[in-house]
Design a protein around this ligand. Structure first.
Ligand code: KIV
Length: 274
């Protein structure tokens, strides 16, 4: 039986397709997007998953952490992305304070994201501590992606953005949490900033896809924040980040040329006026 959903000749990436990719050993490519224009460009490539991450709090709104972004703001970003995407699976982050410690509130938050943004799935940070919320959301038929390791919504508990799970105790809890999320029915897990050997161990231990960001190469796929990999944000340079462009320099160059053209009366020329 095919696990693909086709509409107007576009085969939508589904959670089942991601599962098949893991089985076939085909790597999953995931990037963040927060707006219509970038989402449209991403969806015209072969990107498998687009994450409307709460990193929007940093890269779109300029906050120093992911904590301030609200559910309404995540829905706004989600709606803009979903409007542009025909093929990729769109996952939207549940923001801080909308699912921890109250599974009913978690379900309401997830339902709003599915109904109002039109997302394909939601992502939550944490393991055992939030398992009731995960179970409740899944019971409503909403696909859930987990997120373990460095979970930025808990930055005030960690106190630092250093590599997580370097101690045996934390590594063992992370592995237990991955098993728990799999047993609950999560369709995939993001592992952020952990030793590569632990990334490989978790990937072998569970059947669901593991998407890494700073979790080494032996995982089922990779995710990066779009603005970081395009060189738009230049003040963030963790070891795991590879920059594929230097867009901040390109934009500065284009804008400086424009300013010069305006000031020297070069723009607009005769062909650029009515
Ligand atoms: O919010 C985000 O961009 C994320 C990725 C770093 C995985 O959660």
């Amino acid at each position: 039986m095919s696990t693909a959903i086709s509409f107007r000749n576009v085969t939508k990436v589904t959670t089942h397709i991601l599962q098949e990719m893991k089985l076939k050993g085909e790597k999953i490519a995931m990037l963040t997007a927060y707006d219509y224009s970038f989402a449209k460009i991403l969806d015209s490539t072969g990107i498998d998953v687009i994450l409307v991450g709460d990193s929007a709090s940093n890269v779109m709104a300029g906050h120093s952490s992911t904590l301030p972004i609200t559910l309404n703001e995540m829905i706004y970003h989600g709606v803009s992305v979903v409007r542009a995407v025909k093929r990729a699976l769109v996952v939207v982050d549940l923001p801080f304070g909308t699912y921890q410690g109250n599974s009913k509130e978690a379900l309401n938050s997830a339902i709003r994201i599915m109904k109002e943004a039109g997302a394909d799935a939601v992502k939550l940070e944490g393991g055992k501590e939030i398992i009731e919320s995960v179970d409740r959301i899944l019971s409503a038929g909403i696909p859930v992606m987990g997120h373990l390791g460095l979970t930025p919504q808990s930055i005030h508990k960690f106190g630092t953005y250093v590599v997580r799970a370097t101690s045996e105790e934390e590594a063992s809890k992370l592995l237990d949490d991955a098993h728990l999320l799999e047993k609950s029915g999560c369709f995939a897990i993001v592992l952020e900033k952990i030793p590569a050997m632990l990334g490989a161990k978790v990937t072998q231990a569970v059947r669901i896809p593991i998407i890494g960001i700073g979790a080494g190469k032996d995982v089922d796929g990779q995710v990066l924040v779009l603005h970081d990999m395009l060189g738009i944000t230049m003040d963030f340079s963790p070891r795991f980040l590879r920059r594929y462009a230097n867009l901040s320099e390109e934009v500065r160059g284009a804008v400086n040329t424009y300013i010069q053209d305006v000031k020297t009366l070069d723009f607009p020329n005769e062909k650029e006026q009515y």
